[in-house]
Design a protein around this ligand. Structure first.
Ligand code: SF4
Ligand SMILES: [Zn+2]
Length: 114
């Protein structure tokens, strides 16, 4: 199976590329509206993030502007502090399975709050 098979279902197929590469990165609303209807938005975002670096983000992919993807990439570059609530939230933000230590930290926090 081709790892890029998802591209055949992209909502942006046939759309003017200028929409996805606006001159000013803040003007991404038109592209984001199209991404919001796209059935492969998760695959697109994950692929873009796997191919890009903080210094090399261009255009709208997966419903995210270059600045938004840069923020995610910067966050991923920081090591997770396991066994803490910030570690727990880092797992969730990065959409990776929460480790036992971070789960325990969350349980402890919830127990204190109860
Ligand atoms: S998420 Fe956006 S950029 Fe990615 S394939 Fe879908 S419409 Fe295109
Ligand atoms: Zn952890």
């Amino acid at each position: 199976m081709n790892p890029l098979d998802w591209t055949t279902q992209a909502a942006c197929l046939g759309v003017d590329l200028d929409v996805f590469y606006p001159d000013v990165s803040e003007h991404c609303d038109d592209a984001k509206r199209i991404c919001a209807t796209c059935p492969v938005v998760d695959a697109c975002r994950d692929y873009a993030l796997s191919q890009e670096s903080v210094a090399n983000c261009w255009g709208v992919f997966g419903g995210l502007s270059p600045k938004e993807r840069q923020a995610i990439l910067k966050d991923k570059a920081v090591e997770i502090t396991h066994g803490t609530m910030s570690g727990y939230h880092a797992h969730v933000r990065r959409r990776v399975p929460v480790c036992d230590s971070c789960r325990a930290a969350r349980r402890l926090r919830r127990g204190r709050a109860a």
